[in-house]
Write a protein that binds this ligand. Structure first.
Ligand SMILES: [Fe+2]
Length: 240
């Protein structure tokens, strides 16, 4: 299977909860390759209370250069997992897009969903003509009503963590997400090779078992993500 990992903490020395050493980043890359991932969006966390965007981008550029020279065969598109905050529309969010695209990966606060979150995203994407990708949308415990509000943001794309497909408790959230008609793409959200490694093998085994086992619709959801992957790749200027 040929996957694009749209959300991954593969850069080392970037995240407080990500790899500290090149060996870990290299191992993440090796695992991705074994699992059929051919391109990766490197999306370190951006928290506005920690640093400004200039400082973040300078660190990211140095981290990318170091990693790319250590694993030159890796196809890596630089991005960020940008925390949504009320003043986001006041920031140069267009500088945080993935690669040469106008798509930005946004992480919602893990606090109860509030209307300002939609306003902050909409005002930011209108201001800079961005395509918002909502990171691991299944992880916030959103109601169907709130999912509909997110789905109403123009051009929005949802990203889910492939790991969530092994969880039966996430199945109803995934079904609600996939029923909205929004493109849903996959990411590993890998942070290391132990507790949070790349897990695209879950997708491959669900897809392979499609006709032999009851999978509660997960194979169909994954197939829809693989179809969405190629369309989204074009919009993100990722070579397929
Ligand atoms: Fe992440």
């Amino acid at each position: 299977m040929d996957y694009i990992d749209f959300h991954c903490h593969i850069l080392y020395d970037m995240d407080f909860d990500g790899p500290r050493k090149v060996e870990v980043s290299r191992k993440i890359h090796e695992m991705q390759k074994e699992q059929g991932v051919f391109a990766v969006c490197a999306t370190p966390h951006y928290y506005p209370w920690n640093e400004d965007i200039d400082s973040f981008l300078a660190r990211r550029s140095a981290a990318l250069e170091k990693l790319q020279s250590a694993i030159p065969d890796a196809v890596i598109y630089p991005g960020a997992e940008v925390q949504v905050f009320a003043d986001l529309p006041m920031q140069p969010a267009d500088r945080m897009c993935i690669g040469q695209s106008n798509a930005i990966l946004l992480e919602l606060p893990f606090t109860p969903f509030k209307p300002w979150i939609i306003s902050a995203i909409e005002n930011t994407v209108f201001k800079y003509s961005l395509v918002p990708i909502i990171a691991h949308v299944e992880r916030y415990g959103l109601s169907v009503k709130d999912l509909h509000k997110l789905a109403s943001i123009p051009h929005v794309i949802f990203q889910v963590n492939v790991e969530s497909f092994r969880s039966f408790t996430a199945a109803s959230a995934l079904r609600a997400i996939y029923s909205l008609g929004i493109p849903v793409i996959l990411g590993s959200d890998a942070h290391n090779v132990t507790k949070r490694p790349p897990r695209f093998s879950i997708a491959s085994s669900l897809l392979a078992k499609k006709h032999g086992f009851a999978d509660f619709g997960r194979a169909e959801m994954l197939e829809s993500s693989l179809r969405a992957q190629n369309d989204v790749a074009k919009r993100l200027k990722i070579k397929v």
